[in-house]
Design a protein around this ligand. Sequence first.
Ligand code: NAI
Length: 398
Amino acid sequence: MIFKAELVKGMAKTAHPYGCRKEVFNQIEYCKNAKQFNGAKKVLIIGASSGFGLATRISLAFGGTKADTIGVSFETGITNRRTGSAGWYNNIFFKEFAEKEGLIATNFIGDAFSDEIKEIVINYIKKEFGKIDLFVYSVASPRRKDPKTGKTYNSTIKATDETFYGPTIDIEKDELVMTKINSATQEEIEATQKVMGGEDWNEWCRLLLENDCIEKKAMTIAYSYIGSQRTYKIYRGGTIGTAKCHLENTALKINEEWKKNIDGKAFISVNKALVTKASAYIPTFSLYAAVLYKVMKENGVHENCIMQIQRMFSEKIYSGTTLKFDDSGRLRMDDLELREDIQNQVDDLWRKITPENFKILSDYEGYKREFMKLNGFEIDGVNYEENIDIETLKTLEQ
Ligand code: NAI
């Protein structure tokens, strides 16, 4: 079968297996050649198959202390209707590269919100893997079934106090369109918090501690986003922002628990706006990211996922100096994005954007290419005409 890119409503329906392999390889090469760090050696990452979670895993395994990793993710392999998600292949090929270097790389596919996967992972840590010294929670999910009540909650991306109007890029048609989204109901705000807030992270942390799975002085990190005025209504001031505030408050609670019990630390890293499977979905965010990419590239401060995470570990968390947090206890990896001169230039450009000129004025080309790369397409050195044998792909193990 020849794998072709197929986009529907801002989502990729297909992923190129060997494109994904090349992209994982490229990220590994970046980390090997970047500034190294002496950090965690035994790591659990929830949401490890793409975006920030995958970058975290690669950086820890190849850009520092050569960590053994457990990656939990929710991905699908080859079925009658689908040819495997990008994250499915990222897991497989990360494992291949890590094992070649003698590292443990264990993948668990399942619902991180469920009791079952927590039990499986904790048993594995206790019986085989050994205690962890870093736990990273990097889940972006549209829904969560609460195992205690059986109720399923759906997250929504909406403003909380008014109808939202904003420009959004239609990546399938390469068009800039206006979107109108009704204000969220109280139920939607609460449901989004259930999915993307801190409840599940807290539950993992509690169970890991109770089951003696954590080394003394270990750390746990979850990722958040703040962003600029341009995305405020739909992001920070919206349903997802409310959930992120809950996640950030949860960090303070977990920090107290971990400090008391293992002299450990819990904190949030506020990251930069980047194209990922999850963020491509957020109205207005795509245009903001395309404009931001243009400005940050012109100023020589652009970072993609892997660059940002490698910098986070090598220059902040494991730099050997005291970690600096903001007044709310958060690590700010969005420092470059929110620099005043960068935001002023974003604003200047934003005012000039129209549906006719957005491809020229913003870095839409770079934005879209990065989106395609997430799914293994448009990557140099990959033979996209190759007829790939599905039966061979089916034999690849997680
Ligand atoms: P992504 O879509 O690239 O990755 C999400 C990960 O979560 C995947 O590994 C997926 O398999 C996993 N996942 C989803 N549902 C799951 C479930 N039920 N059980 C187990 N795993 C599940 O998303 P991205 O953007 O890397 O997001 C990760 C975190 O980073 C999120 O908390 C997000 O809010 C945050 N963040 C993202 C920014 C961006 O611009 N993309 C900026 C700042 C923070």
